[in-house]
Design a protein around this ligand. Structure first.
Ligand code: ZN
Length: 146
């Protein structure tokens, strides 16, 4: 059990120090902004869709290690997924970090399973996901010129 906790901690430290997909996409992709006033975390998430598939995703921002690592692992987890797969993953992740369902099999995202013991930090872990949803929503609202 301790080995697993250590592994999870290493994963979070690694992703907070060297966040993956820490970049904005090209200038035509608008970002959705998220803010967690409890901790001061700020994140902007950029998503490029290919039909119903998340073709590319990136983020920028400043915040605590949990919020950064969560955003980094979120980007890795959702690339190549459909909107509904992203929704399912988000609800599983949410259940995991809030302790509703600790049995979710979420691979690396399970690194955040300890968050349910720290309710104040749950928002750090879910901020990037909420922001991703806002970005996806905006994608459906893109107006057509026709
Ligand atoms: Zn935070």
């Amino acid at each position: 059990m301790n080995d697993l906790a250590d592994l999870y901690q290493e994963l979070i430290i690694d992703h907070s120090k060297r966040p993956r997909n820490f970049r904005r996409l090209d200038a035509t992709v608008p970002g959705a902004e998220g803010y967690n006033p409890l901790c001061g975390d700020r994140v902007t998430v950029y998503v490029r869709m290919d039909g119903d598939i998340v073709a590319d995703v990136g983020f920028q921002g400043e915040g605590c290690a949990i919020s950064k690592a969560s955003a980094s692992l979120m980007t890795e987890s959702v690339k190549g997924k459909t909107r509904s797969e992203v929704e399912t993953l988000f609800s599983q992740f949410h259940d995991l970090v809030t302790g509703v369902d600790k049995s979710e099999q979420l691979g690396k995202l399970a690194a955040f399973s300890g968050l349910h013991d720290f309710p104040a930090r749950v928002k750090c872990g879910t901020l990037a996901w909420h922001t991703l949803r806002a970005a996806l929503k905006r994608q459906t609202e893109v107006v057509s010129t026709e």
